[in-house]
Design a protein around this ligand. Sequence first.
Ligand SMILES: [Zn+2]
Length: 314
Amino acid sequence: MIRFPLSELLDEQECYDYLLRTLHPDGLCCKHGHPLPPDQAPHDRSRAPILDYRCRQCGNVFNLFTNTVWEGTHYSCRTIVLIMRGFVQGTPTLQLADELGLDYGTLLKRRHRIQQIGLDHQPTDSLPDDVTEADEMFQNAGEKGEKHDDPDDPPRCRANKRPGAGTMDNDRPPVLGVVGRTTGQIRLTVCDNTQQATIQPQVEKVTQTTTTLNTDESSAYNHVAATGRGHTTVCHSCHEYARDDDGDGFCEVHCNTMEGIWTGLRNFLRPFRGVHKKYLALYVAMFEWAHNLKRVTADFLRTLMVPSFTYLPT
Ligand SMILES: [Zn+2]
């Protein structure tokens, strides 16, 4: 892909107004929450359109970035808008750093901090769907960026050659996915392994007890029915990908919805050319947000940038 720097193409005032609406829908205030009176003049205009104000009640100086992850930043509003766009769209950090003229290491740290907030604020309520699917995907994820002493044993080769089920320890951490057939909403969790003790509590957390869960024949789901949930399985190893149990011509026993989501997740992760396994959950969380929201919202961006703001999706 040809490089196309675009940071000079966006209007700084428009980006300021956009961030103001997004970060402070109720208007600016100081770090103690004292609102800015409409008639108050700025204390410092030297970084316009970013204006500093001094609180009349407590004396603290504040601006657009007070109480946000961007507090103290020297970036322009334009740069911040483009960084956030890159983070939520899954633009690789190296490409973003190059296009915006930023330091890669600094930007990567920033990305991980913001994506961690995205992970911490993910919805944890259970899917309302009567019919759900659960499945696992194994993602090769080693220790990107860390030195390995043996050049004949790079982590990627180790991971790819490892037989059997992936685990966090063998650099193929499983991602558990649950999708609601009606809502299309997903809940993804990076797990240490695919044992029943790991998988089942998570499935219970994100589904209603009245749901019918579709899974493959993995033993992790063997005791789902004991929780009161319906449970139907399809046997992947014998090429039975869909089955018409009640003979009505529709193959309702399948995990095809989840298979399609795995394709989407693999495509999302691929441009990063390997994610360190300790950060994998942060990237998976961003994919989950994007899948569930479809289009970026002010509340989502505010969640990522204002740590004290809790977004409760309806
Ligand atoms: Zn104040």
